[in-house]
Design a protein around this ligand. Structure first.
Ligand SMILES: Cc1cc2nc3c(=O)[nH]c(=O)nc-3n(C[C@H](O)[C@H](O)[C@H](O)COP(=O)(O)OP(=O)(O)OC[C@H]3O[C@@H](n4cnc5c(N)ncnc54)[C@H](O)[C@@H]3O)c2cc1C
Length: 476
């Protein structure tokens, strides 16, 4: 690939073949360019192998178990399902293997993409050195996309190396171990009540596994609207979990047949195993960033709206470059980087990003909270809600713990953001994301016919609230 007076083997070399690197390579290939993916592990990254997919396979199964117990509410004799841990975890592994096989085959079939297996590092802005089983290879690209992702944080004060807790015993786990374990734990302490901690706690308590969630902040799901955390706490408690917020774990140690956690209020919590879900660290170490002159700040690689780093020709996408660690954002950044590599000037400021927790019910959000929206110039931001307590589909489905809360401008109807709590909220928030992305207003949302009865119509009914207040204002 000629550029100036230099020739490179590829248009792009991606360091990492997860959602970000994979999307970048596919987009370059679609544009007729040549891409090389350098990947140390399985294709699909954290998302496919130890993240989004296995956790959702676990959540689908735990939801079934919970519904079986709840059947009495629907006039059906409830059953107390007997969970077969090894079979449960085998299905999770099968789902991952199926998708991994398809994703590998798609890359192998793509004549525009080469795959080099091995750990790579930047040598300079255009060269990646890869340690492969056959020795070191060097590969050059007109551009390099750093997409090395993130790794589960393992706080240093916990005994990861303890023979009794760490290693194969697997009593002290991150999600890396929890989603690939051959069996389920008999009881679990979940340290960290963020999105991942709450999802895993949902799985365990729905399966009837004694579960305690310990979160140092006052609410679960920190970073989301407070009502999301409150809904998650209520649903976990309803499913039998113990929620300890505002408490910090000081230590964990071997309790003979399990783990004992000491908390800062002097209490102790015991369980067969502990899952540590306290965040993820961007993979910025040992990948040659300093050698290539790529800047790291606050633990990530800062990038602009075209995913460019400070070094020309070097892009960074996904978890290594963003604090919001979501597969769809990594994928989008991969596409943006690729378009720019291929000469299509595409900028994306990444403001409209739907995010969420697959708790039961789900909590999804996009855009700004009310407090954030109020800071906008000339803002008349207000909340317009529709509660599932009034919704036909919610009542019919026995799913009344939900609502949509749209933050919109009372005068113009501009949508600043939304929180949606309820079944399939993460699918449905997409409507608000689409509206925001294309500058649609509450009036336009209201005037779009929504099928009835659906959970989705809650968006239209919240917009109806906006219309009603705007008519009242006009009539005054
Ligand atoms: C338990 C869990 C559940 C999650 N659930 C969701 C969810 O439901 N929805 C969602 O959107 N997100 C979810 N995420 C987050 C999502 O998995 C990540 O945001 C996403 O995988 C990031 O993609 P990425 O391409 O940036 O990095 P990664 O997926 O981390 O991929 C990076 C790849 O780079 C490779 N690599 C790293 N260093 C090198 C090197 N030096 N040489 C070669 N290869 C290298 C790695 O092997 C890896 O395959 C979840 C994460 C976890 C842990």
């Amino acid at each position: 690939m000629p550029e100036g007076n230099k020739t490179y083997e590829y248009d792009v070399v991606t360091l990492g073949g997860g959602p970000g690197g994979g999307a970048a390579a596919r987009q370059v290939a679609r544009r007729g360019g040549r891409a090389c993916i350098v990947e140390a592990g399985p294709l699909g990254g954290v998302c496919l192998n130890i993240g989004c997919i296995p956790t959702k396979a676990m959540l689908a199964a735990s939801d079934l178990a919970w519904r079986m117990r709840q059947a009495g509410r629907f006039g059906i004799a409830p059953v107390a399902p007997k969970v077969d841990g090894p079979a449960f975890m085998r299905r999770v592994a099968e789902v991952v293997a199926e998708l991994a096989g398809r994703s590998e085959a798609a890359v192998q079939a793509n004549k525009q993409i080469d795959l080099i297996r091995g750990r790579g590092r930047l040598v300079d802005a255009h060269t990646v050195a890869v340690d492969t089983p056959e020795g070191q290879k060097r590969v050059t690209g007109r551009a390099v996309v750093v997409a090395t992702g993130s790794s589960a944080a393992r706080p240093g004060f916990l005994p990861w190396d303890s023979p009794a807790l760490g290693g194969p015993k697997g009593r002290l786990m991150t999600t890396d171990e929890a989603v690939t374990a051959p069996d389920l734990p008999a009881g679990v302490i979940v340290m960290g009540g963020g999105v991942i901690g709450c999802e895993m706690a949902t799985v365990y308590c729905e399966l009837g596994i004694p579960t305690t969630v310990i979160e140092m902040l006052p609410d679960l799901l920190p970073g989301m609207d407070d009502e999301a955390g409150q809904a998650a706490a209520a649903s976990l408690a309803e499913r039998g979990a113990t929620i300890l917020t505002g408490r910090r774990v000081l230590s964990m140690s071997d309790a003979g047949d399990g783990v004992v956690a000491k908390l800062d209020d002097g209490t102790e919590v015991r369980a067969a195993a502990a899952l540590v879900a306290v965040g993820r660290k961007a993979n910025v170490e040992n990948i040659g960033l300093a050698e290539a002159g790529v800047r790291v700040a606050g633990g990530i690689i800062p990038v602009d709206d075209r995913c460019r780093t400070n070094v020309e020709g070097v892009y960074a996408v996904g978890d290594v470059a963003e604090r919001r660690q979501y597969a769809h954002l990594a994928d989008r950044m991969g596409v943006v980087a690729a378009e720019n590599v291929m000469g299509i000037d595409l900028a994306d400021d990444r403001t409209v990003v739907p995010v969420g927790a697959y708790t039961h019910p789900e909590a999804a959000s996009v855009g700004l909270t009310l407090a954030e929206a109020k800071q906008q110039p000339r803002s008349a931001a207000r909340v317009f809600r529709y509660s599932y307590a009034h919704a036909g589909m919610a009542l019919a489905s026995g799913e009344t713990h939900g609502q949509i809360k749209i933050v919109a401008d009372a005068d113009t109807g501009r949508i600043y953001g939304a929180l949606w709590i309820g079944p399939h909220a993460i699918d449905m928030i997409q409507e608000i994301a689409l509206a925001m992305r294309h500058g649609l207003t509450m009036a336009q949302l209201y005037h779009t016919i929504h099928a009835h009865p659906t959970f989705q119509e809650a968006a239209m009914l919240a917009a109806e609230g906006w219309l009603a207040q705007s008519m009242r204002k006009r009539d005054k």
